[in-house]
Design a protein around this ligand. Structure first.
Ligand SMILES: NC(=O)c1ccc[n+]([C@@H]2O[C@H](COP(=O)([O-])OP(=O)(O)OC[C@H]3O[C@@H](n4cnc5c(N)ncnc54)[C@H](O)[C@@H]3O)[C@@H](O)[C@H]2O)c1
Ligand SMILES: O=c1ccn([C@@H]2O[C@H](COP(=O)(O)OP(=O)(O)O[C@H]3O[C@H](CO)[C@H](O)[C@H](O)[C@H]3O)[C@@H](O)[C@H]2O)c(=O)[nH]1
Length: 344
């Protein structure tokens, strides 16, 4: 398969591209490098530009007429930022996706695998959700994803596209071969902040301790980014079969591990991995935060014939090793290096 990967210079898209290559497929990357890293595209077909640029999309399909599907990862992703800049989030994630899908359909590429998010679910009493759980996003970021799903559902009903949405839970870790990992300088997600605090010799800040969870901190389903990437390859490999399970509808599939982990539990797993106590402080929740959800659906395993292979300790290890390598290498030369930390 030859597959267009938007956002293929970013954290998840670059890992998807590696998993495609490892599976004998060919990724073609479209990325504007707004948060992506050019070195992640080395040795891969790469077009720098905006997903909404019709001329660029036309050029890609002229040069690669055998692209059979698109994985659409490009977008802006920071929940608290979306609360401050909703118009930007709706423009980047919703308006530009409509333009992209229109250009894709115009080029005869109707198979769309969309990067959606479990953040669109309303947390239930026990925080477990499946694909039929109520969708009730609480931030402009999550709402932009729910709106794209709605657009794709309508386009699928009209036969304009065949669409599958992978609703990611919380991807962490790095490519186990360390070809790519988290590329942004100042991550906002819990494990990213933990790693920066640990390398910087600072306290980790737990944001939100009054959620109705077992220990008051928010719960998430942390899925290794390599497992997530393999779920994409599985979905692409049997795309028509998966789409045919709900003809003329958007097929939504949760991609999580099935295990809920609180922030305190993630911190404990980090301490266990490094063998050192991790000092922390506590504050109120961030804007747009939710108590969280974990996956309780088996649809991903059944429809995609996929199952996660890695656990949280693997993900922490890969993320730490990537961070260490990245700080040392040319791509990370401007970053602060590990603050005298011994390798765990
Ligand atoms: N990271 C998570 O926790 C998470 C969870 C659920 C869903 N997702 C979704 O997965 C996708 C990828 O997320 P990520 O963590 O890899 O983020 P990322 O920021 O690392 O990657 C996004 C990529 O898209 C590119 N991009 C952004 N806008 C673009 C545009 N208009 N045209 C072309 N390229 C553009 C960026 O340069 C970047 O390389 C996003 O759609 C995100 O919403 C992420
Ligand atoms: O330094 C931190 C960072 C986060 N948290 C807490 O940890 C929990 C999880 O936060 P994350 O940011 O790791 O996870 P989210 O599900 O809130 O958001 C993540 O997933 C979203 C999509 O689902 C977006 O992609 C977003 O950018 C990405 O961070 C939240 O309660 C948050 O308040 C902390 O306690 N301290």
């Amino acid at each position: 398969m030859k597959v267009l990967v938007t956002g293929g210079a970013g954290f998840i898209g670059s890992t998807v591209a590696s998993a495609l290559l490892d599976g004998g497929h060919v990724p073609v990357i479209l990325d504007d490098l707004s948060t992506g890293r050019e070195s992640f595209t080395a040795g891969r077909a790469f077009y720098r530009g905006d997903i909404a640029d019709r001329r660029l999309v036309d050029r890609i399909f002229t040069e690669h007429p055998d692209i059979s599907a698109t994985v659409h990862c490009a977008g802006v992703i920071v929940v608290p930022e979306s609360v401050r800049q909703p118009l930007r989030y709706y423009r980047e994630n919703l308006a530009k996706t409509i333009a992209l899908v229109d250009h894709l359909a115009g080029n005869g590429c109707r198979r769309v695998l969309f990067s959606s998010t479990a953040a669109l679910y309303r947390p239930g009493a026990d925080f477990g959700v499946d694909e039929t759980s109520p969708v009730d996003p609480t931030s402009p970021y999550a709402r932009s994803k729910a709106l794209v799903e709605q657009v794709l559902a309508d386009a699928a009903a009209a036969g304009e596209v065949t669409a599958v949405a992978l609703r990611y839970f919380n991807p962490i870790g790095a490519d186990p071969q360390l070809r790519t990992g988290l590329q942004i300088r100042d991550p906002s997600h819990a494990l990213g902040r933990m790693i920066e605090a640990w390398f910087g010799g600072e306290k980790f800040c737990v944001t939100g301790v009054d959620w109705p969870t077992r220990d008051g901190t928010a719960i998430r389903d942390y899925v290794h980014v390599w497992d997530l990437a393999e779920a994409h390859v599985a979905a692409l490999t049997r795309f028509d079969e998966v789409a045919a399970t709900e003809p003329n509808r958007l097929v939504a599939v949760n991609v999580g591990t099935g295990t809920g982990t609180t922030v305190r539990e993630l911190l404990a797993a980090f301490e266990q991995f490094t063998g050192e106590p991790f000092p922390y402080r506590e504050t109120g929740p961030r804007p747009g935060d939710t108590a969280g959800v974990f996956n309780r659906s088996r649809r991903g395993q059944e429809l995609l014939r996929w199952r996660p292979r890695y656990g949280i300790a693997d993900a922490i290890g890969h993320a730490l090793r990537w961070r260490e390598l990245d700080a040392a290498g040319p791509a990370g030369a401007t970053r602060t290096g590990p603050a005298g930390r011994a390798r765990p």
